[in-house]
Design a protein around this ligand. Structure first.
Ligand code: HH2
Length: 286
């Protein structure tokens, strides 16, 4: 059963593990693997964010560049043009925590100025280490995610001897780099990066061994939502992977995840709430 972890957001320390937190996904892109093209209009993206908050999102993660396997990088100017109106629109209409999903310093800086609380970097700040100093100076929390190489190359024959051990060592090394750059321990979240340079068996092993990551001492975020490992398991397209997402999400919570990054906040929250009620019921003697 997962232990409580601490996360400092906007000055306050939050206890994670008491209940799961939900990070709702909004991709302001034409090409994201599931919601690509649906929220390109900033007003629609803001409305979607508010809907996810109604559904129970604690955090909204806004991205302006798809990281699906094989995708090309988007210039920083274009990424900013996509995400900034959405962050600004949400900031004045909701108090939930806002996260910017980016690997670029210009985008992260502008997002923090627009009121973002978290920098979610799928490269764990390898692509641009200067972002860590930016996070430290701005008091932002950081999500450090494991990925092999880049989105363009990550699914070209990924291989590990010990996927759990290797991903955990990588995340510990990146957490140490974040701390060396001045990011407070309570502002660091780690994520094994489901689907980012992983075979089906790697994804399953990571999900089944999330407790190993929890033992690293940082809150654990996991993003199984509608990903292609579910397609490989079930033989279904992204539109039909909700049930797989629910199963993976519930098991992630049982195995120790503190934060779930999902597209379907309402359905996942209901499934997780039910699982948490069962887990919380202690056995009565007699
Ligand atoms: N997954 C995606 C993007 N960002 N960030 C974290 N921390 N963890 C994840 O698992 C993760 C992430 C990919 O999903 P999505 O944003 O829906 O798709 P796309 O990259 O095509 O926009």
């Amino acid at each position: 059963m997962k232990r409580t972890a601490q996360l400092k957001l906007r000055g306050a320390i939050h206890s994670l593990g008491v209940r799961t937190w939900f990070m709702g996904v909004i991709n302001v892109t034409p090409d994201s693997f599931y919601d690509g093209g649906r929220f390109l209009d900033p007003e629609q993206a803001v409305e979607r964010g508010l809907e996810l908050v109604e559904q129970g999102a604690d955090i909204l993660d806004i991205g302006g560049e798809s990281s699906r396997p094989g995708s090309e990088a988007v210039p920083a100017e274009e990424e900013m043009r996509r995400v900034l109106p959405v962050l600004e629109g949400l900031r004045c209409r909701t108090d939930v925590f806002l996260s910017i999903d980016t690997t670029k310093r210009e985008v992260a800086r502008a997002a923090l100025d627009a009121g973002a609380d978290i920098i979610n970097d799928i490269s764990a700040f390898r692509f641009d280490p200067a972002l860590l100093e930016l996070a430290a100076a701005g008091g932002a929390a950081v999500v450090l995610m494991h990925m092999l190489g880049t989105p363009k190359t990550m699914q070209i024959a990924p291989a590990y001897d010990d996927v759990v051990g290797e991903v955990k060592s990588f995340l510990e090394e990146r957490a140490a780099a974040a701390r060396a750059a001045g990011v407070e321990r309570e502002r660091i979240v780690i994520d094994p990066g489901i689907g980012f340079g992983k075979r089906l068996s790697d994804n399953l092993a990571l999900l089944n061994n999330l407790s190993e990551f929890e033992a690293a001492g940082y809150p654990v975020l996991v993003g199984p939502s509608r990903k292609s490992f579910l397609g490989a398991l079930l033989g279904l397209p992204a539109e039909e992977r909700l049930e797989g997402t629910l199963a993976a999400s519930v098991l992630s919570v049982v195995r120790g995840a503190h934060i779930l990054r999902v597209h379907d906040v309402l359905a996942v929250r209901r499934a997780v709430q039910t699982a948490e009620a069962v887990l919380a019921e202690v056995r009565h003697a007699g």
